[in-house]
Design a protein. Structure first.
Lengths: 109, 116
């Protein structure tokens, strides 16, 4: 079966760095996406990785290792507004997104 | 980035009535649109996938006669919840994707449905 695993909840301090991990087992791979979802709102796109390595975009970076079926989202210089759920999703061989359950990130002052 | 709109953002209706939700891609042609529902503090649940000009593909357990989906143009898809009941109350979110199949899904802002 297809499976996406990510931690249910994480807590971090304002100004610090946090890494949210995602492991996956899917039928085929056409890329991995990270989305941010604030409570009561729809998800917004953060990043897309299809090749191994690190993609940096401002305070957020995303890493992919296809051989390990592993990705992480790295958030630097955390701000209170970064409190949200972070969703990992993998596009399978049928170009369908398989969603993780999301990681709720709590930022404390 | 790509913009997807959704209307209405919030709707309250009586049990037994039907509700139509519109999803529009404003600055790109969406060959594929997706409809999700999300219960509080739960993950996204894909309901159906629709390709422009063809019938929607529904996920297992989703009643196609209850959740009618129409994707008549490259910029508009509609979801109609027929004979709504209180258990249909949820957050409904659409997303849209362009032609290549490898492009990012962009989400609409969601529609919060409350059935009394």
């Amino acid at each position: 079966g297809q499976n996406i695993d990510q931690p249910t909840e994480m807590t971090a301090t304002e100004g610090a760095i946090v890494q949210i991990n995602c492991t996956y087992q899917t039928s085929g791979f056409n890329g991995l996406f990270w989305y941010q979802q604030h409570a009561g709102e729809a998800p917004t796109f953060l990043s897309y990785n299809v090749l191994d390595g690190l993609e940096e975009k401002g305070r957020f970076s995303s890493f992919l290792s296809r051989s390990k079926g592993y990705s992480y989202l790295l958030l630097k210089e955390l701000q209170m507004k970064d409190s949200a759920s972070y969703l990992c999703a993998v596009m399978d061989s049928n170009y369908q997104l398989i969603w993780g359950a999301g990681t709720k990130l709590i930022i404390k002052p | 980035g790509a913009v997807v709109s959704q209307h209405p953002s919030r709707v309250i209706c009586k049990s037994g009535t039907s509700v139509k939700i519109e999803c529009r891609s404003l600055d790109f042609q969406a060959t594929t649109m997706f409809w999700y529902r999300q219960f509080p503090k739960k993950s996204l649940m894909l309901m159906a996938t629709s390709n422009e000009g063809s019938k929607a593909t529904y996920e297992q357990g989703v009643e196609k006669d209850k959740f009618l989906i129409n994707h008549a143009s490259l910029t508009l898809s509609t979801l109609t919840v027929t004979s709504a009941h209180p258990e249909d109350s949820s957050f409904y979110i659409c997303s849209a994707r362009g032609a290549t199949g490898l492009e990012t899904q962009y989400f609409g802002p969601g529609t919060r449905l409350l059935v009394l």
